[in-house]
Design a protein around this ligand. Structure first.
Ligand code: GDP
Length: 137
């Protein structure tokens, strides 16, 4: 079993797509191990995306992530990290496969509906950013 961090981003929450996205998560066979709604501050968004600090889109990305509430989840499944990234689709919805969440729900490369961890090390850090160990027993 593997765990990954998923976020329903502010663009999707604002358009009341969280329920549909969570249904798709369950239909795909993930177990939701933890879930919370959080409206990130700008500083919290900058901390989450610290790896992208210095990229040209960092100010805009962190403004967007702090623009409204998100729903943050810990998903569990065999190969959860790659399985969730496959369900999300490519970062840029113009390049995302048909049937993926980003193809269906993203509005742009930035307002792309969902986030998923990209490796076991980042999943561990990202899960710890939002959830305490006691939330995940
Ligand atoms: P992910 O792992 O698929 O989310 O993609 P990245 O880690 O490369 O980028 C993190 C997030 O930054 C993406 O999900 C987008 O919201 C945003 N992003 C990535 N590339 C761009 C870009 O070229 N322009 C803008 N405006 N946002 C971007």
């Amino acid at each position: 079993m593997e765990r990954t961090l998923a976020i329903v981003k502010p663009d999707a929450v604002e358009r009341r797509l969280a329920g549909q996205i969570i249904q798709r998560i369950e239909d795909a066979g993930f177990e939701i191990r933890a879930m919370r709604r959080i409206h990130l501050s700008k500083r919290q968004a900058e901390g989450f995306y610290a790896v992208h600090r210095g990229r040209p889109f960092f100010p805009s990305l962190t403004d967007f992530m702090a623009s409204g509430p998100t729903v943050v989840l810990v998903l569990e499944a065999p190969d959860a990290i790659s399985k969730w990234r496959t369900l999300m689709g490519a970062t840029d919805p113009a390049k995302a496969e048909a049937g993926t969440l980003r193809k269906e729900f993203a509005q742009s490369i930035e307002r792309n509906a969902t986030h998923g961890s990209d490796a076991p090390e980042t999943a561990a850090v990202e899960i710890g950013y939002f959830f305490a160990g006691i939330d995940l027993i």
